[in-house]
Design a protein around this ligand. Structure first.
Ligand code: HEM
Length: 124
């Protein structure tokens, strides 16, 4: 298994831990895009207070509207596939569908552009 596949799988299962231990955070947001747009200025700010040594990534919002969010991810850890898994699970948490595109701005994954789209539900 590649490191990226492992980080992706880890993110998928780790999300359940966030849901269990921090359910109150999810109830603060009306949907996945609202929550993801708040990681940098709200969620990880609180995390820093709880765990002073935490090594957190930086997210910078480039563009945002009702159905999409473009964000830059910066981290020396290059955990962008962990990030992608958490983003997908955030959508699942709110029963929404997503499409997430990654663009490697730095080849080593320390800077990655995320284009996140809320997709319509399939008509059955
Ligand atoms: C309830 C919500 C959340 C909590 C409590 C939380 C907390 C944390 C904590 C404690 C760490 C580890 C720091 C360390 O190892 O020192 C971390 C890392 C991380 N978090 Fe969050 N987080 C939350 C939501 C999210 C979401 C939704 C994303 C998705 C974009 C995200 C992205 C990341 C990433 C990518 C890392 C890995 C570090 C890196 O890439 O440099 N977090 N978070």
């Amino acid at each position: 298994m590649s490191v990226n596949d492992l980080l992706y799988a880890y993110g998928k299962t780790f999300f359940a831990v966030l849901e269990k231990n921090h359910a109150n955070i999810f109830s603060l947001y009306s949907g996945p895009l609202e929550m993801l747009a708040s990681i940098e200025n709200h969620i990880h700010v609180e995390v820093r207070k709880l765990y002073p040594g935490a090594e957190l990534p930086t997210f910078r919002i480039i563009q945002q509207d009702d159905n999409s969010l473009e964000m830059m991810y910066y981290s020396d850890s290059s955990m962008y596939m962990f990030t992608k898994a958490l983003m997908e699970q955030t959508f699942a948490h709110y029963h929404e569908n997503s499409r997430i595109e990654l663009e490697m701005v730095q080849e080593n994954g320390t800077q990655v552009r995320f284009r996140i789209y809320k997709e319509p539900h399939a008509v059955s």
